[in-house]
Design a protein around this ligand. Structure first.
Ligand SMILES: NC(=O)c1ccc[n+]([C@@H]2O[C@H](COP(=O)([O-])OP(=O)(O)OC[C@H]3O[C@@H](n4cnc5c(N)ncnc54)[C@H](O)[C@@H]3O)[C@@H](O)[C@H]2O)c1
Length: 417
């Protein structure tokens, strides 16, 4: 079987990790059991560019159980778990192309390999697969049934393509499902980003000033968790509504220019570029730690930091680079890439259970469509409700049901106070 992973000898460790994650993914397990019977992807090739983690392994196993011929590559050069990649190839027979720390060239070579499989379905985390198909392999577009997209940044790119009339295939915006962003972006990123920072630095958060750039779903989770660990949290925003929300949630809101002078730890989660610039670095305190949990490594201007620095010491600790700017030390984690995936294990399985059950069923929905117009589609309410109900049941929680009288009341306009 064709594959490119670091070391197949790591497979036993990877298998253990995949099985451990699987215990916390009961909804995905239920989807897999149904897929095994119904084979919704029979005879179809699906190319997936995702973070190669234990949770993703359980997703691609589910797609394979549904009859898909699955090919997997990494959606970030630093996020691959090499033991998981090895186990996928050796234990589960899934062609995987991902090596932690791979060069940009290898990263794109792997994406090209996935395109060469001539898939009918795509699955993306950041839209790299779909944008490469559109840029360099448009001959493939007519045979594509469609795809799915996992993250905010990918959906933003796809909507921009759709607006320009450049998007030539249908894609489901999995990220925009409530069963994804309310939980994965908020609680997953909130916890795993702090996990990555702590593993990389061994920093005590209590008493520190943490600056969170961006108060979207990820930023909210992160600010909430940092506060819970005793940090004083400052939020920077460009959206007045989000900024107000942050202020009323109890965070101090100011500009990055102001925050730069007081922060001990800076985390960007905006999905935007150059949020921390050279001017900000110049104002930072000695020992400031800077990292990113947004999708691309463009949020921190590392080129500007490099230019300002008298000295750069790589790997003063694993995933920590030290830049000296006029006698002050600034520490950058994971080269400005997603710190939760580079320095920790990404989101816990329990939350990816919901995201990946949404992914799997969105892909199933897409595979059943015929002649769907190019565009960005939402996950259906039916899929979302089904996942939430299964997750509640797995957590041993029950909820009330509307009585016929309540149903009637909610639907009528004649009944007054
Ligand atoms: N680390 C992970 O595992 C993980 C998980 C989910 C999403 N993401 C990524 O995290 C990023 C944020 O996702 P989200 O779902 O929170 O998006 P979101 O759109 O809900 O929030 C982003 C926020 O950043 C703000 N913003 C934009 N430019 C800014 C600037 N210059 N300064 C301050 N604030 C700014 C926006 O106003 C918005 O409120 C995306 O790139 C997404 O793909 C990462």
């Amino acid at each position: 079987m064709d594959s490119d992973v670091k070391d197949l000898g790591l497979a036993p460790e990877g298998k253990k990790r995949i099985e451990w994650a699987e215990r916390d993914m009961p909804v995905l397990r239920a989807v897999r059991e149904r897929f095994e019977k119904e084979k919704p992807f029979a005879g179809k090739t699906l190319s997936a560019v995702l973070h190669v983690t234990a949770e993703t392994a359980n997703l691609v196993r589910t797609l394979k159980a549904g009859g898909a011929n699955v090919f997997l590559a990494a959606s970030n050069p630093l996020s691959t778990q090499d033991d998981v990649a090895a186990a996928l190839v050796k234990e589960y027979g899934i062609s995987t192309f991902a090596i932690k720390g791979e060069s940009k060239e290898t990263f794109f070579k792997h994406i090209e390999t996935l395109i060469a499989q001539k898939p009918q379905l795509t699955m993306d985390d950041g839209a790299d697969l779909v944008s490469t198909i559109h840029k360099s392999h448009s001959d493939l577009l007519p045979q594509l049934l469609g795809g799915t997209e996992e993250t905010t940044t990918g959906v933003i790119r796809l909507r921009a393509m759709a607006k320009d009339g450049a998007l030539k295939m249908p894609i489901v915006a999995v990220n925009d499902a409530k069963t994804k962003n309310l939980f994965d972006n908020r609680y997953g990123t909130g916890q795993s980003t702090l996990d990555g920072i702590i593993r990389a630095t061994d920093m005590l958060l209590a008493g520190k000033t943490v600056v969170v750039a961006g108060y979207g779903w990820c930023g909210k989770g992160l600010a909430m968790r940092a506060k819970g660990m005793g940090a004083g949290v400052i939020v920077t925003e460009i959206d007045p509504i989000k900024a107000l929300e942050a202020a009323m949630d109890g965070f101090y809101v100011t500009t990055m220019e102001n925050a730069a002078t007081v922060g001990d730890l800076f985390v960007t989660v905006t999905g935007n570029a150059k949020v921390i610039t050279g001017d900000h670095f110049k104002k930072m305190k000695d020992g400031a730690v800077v990292c990113n949990s947004g999708h691309f490594d463009v949020e921190i201007d590392l080129v500007a930091l490099q230019k300002l620095s008298n000295e750069v010491q790589k790997d003063v600790r694993k995933f920590v680079d030290q830049y000296t700017v006029g006698g002050k030390r600034i520490y950058v984690l994971a080269e400005g890439r997603l710190v939760n995936l580079a320095a920790a294990e990404g989101h816990p399985a329990s939350v990816m259970d919901m995201s990946f059950s949404t992914q799997a069923q969105a892909a199933e929905w897409m595979s059943k469509q015929k002649g769907l117009k190019p565009g960005v589609y939402d996950v259906s309410e039916e899929i979302e409700q089904g996942i939430a109900r299964l997750k509640l049941a797995a957590m041993g929680l029950t909820i009330d049901a509307l009585t016929p009288e309540q149903q009637k009341y909610l639907e009528s306009w004649q009944e007054g106070t």
